[in-house]
Design a protein around this ligand. Sequence first.
Ligand SMILES: NC(=O)c1ccc[n+]([C@@H]2O[C@H](COP(=O)([O-])OP(=O)(O)OC[C@H]3O[C@@H](n4cnc5c(N)ncnc54)[C@H](O)[C@@H]3O)[C@@H](O)[C@H]2O)c1
Length: 382
Amino acid sequence: MTVGVIGSGAMGAGIAQVAAMAGHSVILYDNNAAALGKAKAGLTATLQKLQEKGKLPNAEEVLQRFSFAENISAFADCGLILEAIVERLEVKKAVFGEVEKAVSDTCILASNTSSLSITSIAAACNNPARVMGLHFFNPAPLMALVEIIPAIQTNPELVPFAKDLMLKWGKTPVIAKDTPGFIVNRVARPFYSEAIRVYEEGIADMATIDWAMTEIGGFRMGPFTLMDYIGHDVNYVVTETVFQSFFYDARYKPSFSQKRLLEAGWLGRKSGKGFYNYAEGAEMPAPNKDKVLGTEIVERVLAMLINEAVDALYLKVASAADLETAMTKGVNYPKGLLQWCNEWGTDKCLEKLDGLYHQYHEDRYRASILLRKQAIENKKIV
Ligand SMILES: NC(=O)c1ccc[n+]([C@@H]2O[C@H](COP(=O)([O-])OP(=O)(O)OC[C@H]3O[C@@H](n4cnc5c(N)ncnc54)[C@H](O)[C@@H]3O)[C@@H](O)[C@H]2O)c1
């Protein structure tokens, strides 16, 4: 099967590499010739490096599977098209409408969108049943997780097909309902937003929160370091899109602290400044390594994360197993949030959330009904 990839940026090039390494002929298309040239040079260098490291027997053989197209008519014989262009619904809809005219009737069309509705993208096609979401994580060749998202119009037979294909590509697929943020970008929101809330209220500074979440919580990166790493142009925009898509549910409310960084162009590491200053010689602030304060921060953020995961389970966004896989493989959490909930105790999680709810009187802190039910019955989540 020939695979077509639209958009040769960070994600498109990465996905194209994964498909070619799995043995497919790949046609990479971008409407920007310079971007396409950059992707070609980048892929050549990456594959040669993999060969030098002994991780790929023959880079040339894989490179020969690629062709680079400046016109979508090149997709005529593709069996699968993966779209990874700019994250704007109107642009994606226009491209899907165009691509459908260029491919065969049996070609499957997938979007790598992080936060847009697959259903609305599918609606741009004459045959929406052939459209689905295949959400890879960055960098696509290294991150195992792929979220498979059937739209409400998607032919159900495409789900097992996509699952098999992703397994053949060496990926770990999970299935998510077409709801804002799918699994990872929904459940992970409090990791960022609750940390910012703790900072904005002056309970602790950024360095202390980052220290607590890594040293006490066991997360690989603290929230502020991670947001600076992802970039506020990406992380803030996902938060805002998820918030709007949830009909302005207070649980997903973005923060002014992060919005201002975006407005200032302080995008994080890539622009030399974000929450932290990365200029040469700039000193990183030192954390306050107070164990009691640190534990309070971790428990607050973790309770919010667990609540999101439990609510996603309750609302059938994904199965319990897929929720655990998504958070450990997609954002490298030290353990699944449902397991964490069980270990911590549903009663303790509920107590923490109800404590916050009574303190703030904000809907943001409402506990999932599933958490309440299980805690009252003295049961585990699953
Ligand atoms: N970067 C991430 O961490 C990440 C992770 C998962 C999913 N995504 C999603 O993947 C998609 C791409 O993200 P990215 O980070 O690779 O973006 P990017 O800006 O690196 O690349 C996008 C590419 O698409 C091309 N493009 C834009 N409009 C086009 C059009 N109409 N036709 C053809 N090509 C067009 C651009 O020239 C560019 O080369 C987005 O939907 C994004 O939400 C991104």
